[in-house]
Each structure stands twice: as C-alpha cells, then as structure tokens.
Ligand binder design. Structure first.
Ligand code: NAX
Length: 329
C-alpha cells in the first residue's frame, strides 16, 4: 500500500458531498491502492457540523479499506493542513433577490480565504478543483488569492466535467452507441448556460460526429439540452444534480492526478490566451493530462459558428471577472 494522501472536501454536509465522500473513500478517484485521509470541512454552525458527524458515522460504517482516517473541520486553515487534493464544493447559493454581482461577491468571501489557506497550509503540489458555483469565477478568486502566497494558478481548476459527461451521454443516446466510443467532446467556457458544448472534433465509433448528426439537431436540441440539463434535473428531482456532479468531480481529479490516457477531457483552467481567449479567466478548454499535470490541446480548428459561441461564454466570464475586480487586487 502507498502512503496515505490527504483529500479535503468543503461543503461536506451537503448533497454533492454525500455522494462524493463515499466515491473518494472507495478508491474511485485515486485508485484501489491509494489510502486517503479525509479532511471534511463545513461552516462553523452546530446543526451543520452535527449533520456532518452523521455522514462520518456512515463512512466509518462502510469500513472502507482505503480510509486511513477522517477529520472534521470548521475552518479552511485547519482543514487544508497538508492537503494533497482539495475539492471545493461548499458555496453560497443564490438567495432571493440576489443579483449576480452579489452572488459573486458573497462567494469571493469564501473562495478568497480558502485560496490563501490552500497556499499557506496545503501541500506545495496541491491540486484544487472548484465545484461550488459560480465555479469558474470562484476558481479565479481562489487562485488569485493563493497566488499571492505562492500557489500557481494552474493548481486551481473549475469543474466543467459534468457538462462534458452530459454531452457524451446526449450524443450516445442520439446515435445509439456507448459513451466509451465517443471521443474529443469539448466544453468551452463557463459552467453556466452560456457554455459551448462543441462536437466539431468529436468522433463517434471512429466516424466524425458532424457526419452523423445534423447542424439543426446540434443547435436546436443538443446544445440547449446540455446547457440546460442542470435546470431540467432540478425540475424533475426537486433538487440539483448531486451524484452526477460528484461523479464528474471524481473523473476530473482522477484524470488530472493519474492521466487521461491520451483522451481529451474538458477542464476549467486559467486561460493562457490559447484560442484567443482573454488570459487569466478560468475557461473550459480541451485538455490532456499526464504525469500529474495538464496541457491545453493546441491547434484545433475553430469555425465561425464555434467562434461565436466561444466568444459569448468568454464575454460572460469577462463580465464576472469585472464584477469581482476589487477582490482580485
Ligand atoms: P448543498 O447546499 O447541499 O451543500 C453545500 C454545503 O456547503 C452546505 O452544507 C454548506 O453548509 C456548505 N458550505 C457553504 N459555505 C461553506 C464554506 N465556506 N466552507 C465549507 N462549507 C461550506 O449544495 P450541493 O448540492 O452539495 O452543491 C454545492 C455546490 O455545487 C453549489 O454551489 C452548486 O451550485 C454547485 N454545483 C456545481 C456543479 C458544477 O458542475 N460545477 C454541478 C452541481 C452543482 O450545481
């Protein structure tokens, strides 16, 4: 067995975490030979911490062979001590009458201090995945605060993998193949309804997706369905996506840590200007992971339709960045 690694999860009493913790504990994220120390972090509110204690009892009752120990924390400073992998799930939800700027600012109050705590307390090579919404700009805030203390912004990602997985599943059901036979799906931009699920480079069973589905289907069905899937799940379930979000978080971190085996995966990462996107914003890009690192896939052609969609979602992220400008100083 390897030496245990520390995995921190914020929002640990919430519904995504209720699935995520068990997937991490079972070895789905870091492999069947990697023991984990779970650092479960919540807000310092007695009822919430009590609920988390209940979840911890359940983790204990699973007797997972890979769980070395479980810690309960109510602050990022203690919770991120020595963390190797951080899954930032807890966030401030949009309250009644709250404008987008208020939401962004309220979340800045969470993700700024968390970024700083990660830079000063976590392992030097910590990998951070922001799930809590608005995920891309929360990641930007955490990375900016952390970078003042030595964290490299490349260490902080936002999750667009759920959208990526949703796009694969829609294409699979439309074309009657298994998702395993679908490659090179890309989610460009924001994890929001402006995201651009792009199949320009996608292959389905080795054939070009563009030859198997019509542009009309892409524009009228596929793109809006993927963009609005979260809302459809809330309508049907009465609650937002939880198990699928947890599964996507596991996929993202696993590929980042262990490699994507040459496959393209969509990740929200700091733009380095690739594909003409404003540098700095955390933007969904096609990435390939190996040796514990990622690279943005270069040189893909971008047609006029794709460029238009990529710009819409880029503009939204630029606006979000402008709305939290004060927090980025
Ligand atoms: P829940 O409301 O069930 O749980 C959130 C938990 O976070 C709560 O227990 C709360 O006490 C805790 N929390 C809040 N602030 C915290 C802080 N500063 N430190 C530690 N814990 C804190 O929400 P859940 O359904 O689990 O969703 C969590 C977040 O994921 C939301 O922001 C949601 O919008 C976002 N999502 C992101 C997705 C993505 O693809 N990027 C998809 C699913 C989900 O919508």
């Amino acid at each position: 067995m390897k030496k245990p690694v520390k995995v921190a999860i914020t929002g640990a009493a919430g519904q995504i975490a209720y699935s995520l913790i068990f997937r991490v504990a079972s070895g789905s994220m870091l492999g069947p030979d990697q023991p984990v120390i779970l650092q479960l972090i919540e807000v310092p509110v007695p009822e919430v911490l009590e609920k988390l204690k209940g979840t911890i009892m359940e983790v204990e009752d699973c007797a997972f062979p890979l769980v070395h120990s479980i810690e309960l924390h109510s602050s990022p400073e203690t919770g991120f001590e020595g963390t190797d992998y951080a899954l930032l799930v807890g966030a401030r939800p949009r309250g009644p009458g709250m404008e987008r700027k208020d939401l962004l600012t309220a979340n800045g109050g969470i993700f700024g201090p968390q970024g700083k705590a990660l830079a000063t307390k976590a392992s030097k090579n910590v990998k951070v995945l922001v799930v809590g919404n608005p995920a891309n700009t929360n990641a930007l805030i955490a990375a900016t605060a952390g970078s003042k203390e030595g964290l490299n912004p490349r260490q902080v990602h936002a999750m667009v993998r759920l959208d990526h997985n949703r796009a694969i599943s829609q294409l699979a059901s439309k074309t009657g193949v298994h998702g395993n036979d679908i490659d090179n799906v890309i989610i460009w931009g924001n994890h929001s309804s402006t995201q651009y699920p792009d199949v320009s480079h996608t292959t389905i069973g080795g054939k070009k997706a563009r030859d198997l589905v019509t542009q009309e289907w892409l524009e009228k069905d596929f793109i809006p369905v993927v963009q609005q899937r979260g809302a459809a799940i809330i309508k049907a379930r009465g609650l937002s996506s939880a198990a699928s979000a947890a599964s996507a978080a596991v996929d993202h971190m696993r590929d980042w840590a262990l490699g994507s085996n040459g496959k393209i995966v969509s990740m929200g990462v700091p733009s380095d200007g690739s594909y003409g996107i404003a540098p700095g914003i955390v933007y969904g890009y096609p990435c390939i992971c190996k040796n514990g690192d990622y690279e943005i896939v270069q040189g893909l052609s971008v047609d006029e339709f794709s460029r238009g969609r990529m710009t819409i979602t880029e503009n939204e992220l630029r606006e979000e960045r402008a709305a939290v400008e004060d927090l980025l100083k």
